[in-house]
Design a protein around this ligand. Sequence first.
Ligand code: NAD
Length: 296
Amino acid sequence: MSRIAFIGLGHMGGPMAANLLKAGHALRVFDLVPAVVDAAVAAGALAAANAADAVADAEVVISMLPASRHVERLYLSKDGLLAKIPAGALVIDCSTIAPASARKVAEAAAARGLAMIDAPVSGGTAGAAAGTLTFIVGGEASALERARAVLSAMGKNIFHMGDAGAGQVAKLCNNMALGVIMAATGEAIALGVAHGLDAKALSQMMAVSTSRSWATEVCNPWPGVLENAPASRGYTGGFGNDLMLKDLGLAAEAAMGTGASIPLGELARNLYAMNSRQGNGGLDFSSVVKLMANTP
Ligand code: NAD
């Protein structure tokens, strides 16, 4: 069992930390929001006064923050964590951030002799709670081997995609496809409903036909089709529209860096930006269907 510093206890980090506690690891946790720290303490963690205090005697440091700027600030700022993490500790950043940011932080960590992997996740809040996340990893294979036991307490699949930053690239590829598929699925159901079809019957047919996807089967965007989907509880509690917008922006940035063309990814980024401007930025990203139809 390891002494773990866990920084960032939001929708994903909170349940991930809870699963590490359940597996018997000792956690010192920090978040800017006291309420989420209190919840982790109730589950058995120790509260740290700040991030530096959290890492003081850590063997493993895990961060789960919103975006690149938070991760860069945490590790690289003037009194950033890289200078404070004990020698020999392993650093695991699970946030979804720009591949270039992940490489920058990993290089700075290596310069200090610290092993670091980028390990963004797929599986959403339900996967985080159930401990069934997929980890998409970039970094040295030896660092991943050291991380494996800790990652296995939070997830069920681990993919090593390559060197530092490769986990982030692969994660962005996944989310770009997901963003496009969700918008396309919403559009298709909206067309059917406009012709008087029943959204549930249409979705059930699609879920066993060639347009089958996570959007038809698990996170259907039409309210009432799937009881447990965010759409059926006012689009609350899933993967936020603005997080999808962030990821599609990162994909666009990554595409520009290589000259790759991503016409559908760019279109989807604009759809999620429009949905955000409609006031739906905090709702689950499947609320993008509201751009195509007046949902019930
Ligand atoms: P969130 O906003 O719910 O949680 C982020 C937490 O980080 C917040 O509690 C915030 O207070 C804390 N934080 C920010 N700056 C901090 C700092 N300097 N020190 C300590 N704490 C700080 O976000 P989330 O939904 O948990 O997502 C986290 C990451 O995981 C994002 O990069 C997101 O893209 C990715 N992700 C989210 C989902 C999802 O379904 N929500 C799925 C896969 C990946």
